[in-house]
Design a protein around this ligand. Structure first.
Ligand code: SF4
Ligand code: SF4
Length: 120
């Protein structure tokens, strides 16, 4: 997968590692066949490949996590079935851990599930 991080972003070792992992993904989609959330929900964004795209966009833009990205990353079970089927050795575990750390740093969750962030 092509990435477009700036040299300044790549000076951060966490981003440099994420960049290596993102570049090893060849979009083949083999991982979708073994991902339980994709099998149940049928949404590309709930597949490993879809989540990898969301993580790439979030990190490249250097922006805070948004609600859509958080929703699909939260749904990942971290079962790592995708890693066992990936022919390119994409280290999804490291990538999703990095994404979750970014989410925790930049996203303010609602007080409890189902409650709007603006309702108090
Ligand atoms: S199987 Fe691996 S290389 Fe193929 S889309 Fe999934 S993560 Fe990327
Ligand atoms: S860790 Fe499991 S739930 Fe998450 S993307 Fe990989 S296969 Fe799907």
């Amino acid at each position: 997968m092509q990435t477009n991080f700036t040299p300044e972003q790549l000076a951060d070792p966490g981003i440099a590692r994420a960049n290596q992992i993102l570049r090893s993904c060849v979009h083949c989609g083999f991982c979708t066949a073994t991902c339980p959330t994709y099998q149940v929900l049928g949404d590309e964004l709930d597949s490993p490949r879809g989540r990898i795209y969301l993580i790439k966009d979030m990190l490249e833009a250097g922006r805070p996590a948004d609600e859509k990205t958080v929703k699909h990353i939260d749904r990942c079970l971290s079962c790592l079935a995708c890693m066992t089927t990936c022919p390119s050795g994409v280290h999804y575990m490291h990538l999703v851990d990095h994404a979750r750390a970014h989410i925790e740093k930049t996203y303010r969750r609602p007080p409890w599930p189902g409650r709007s962030r603006t309702s108090g």
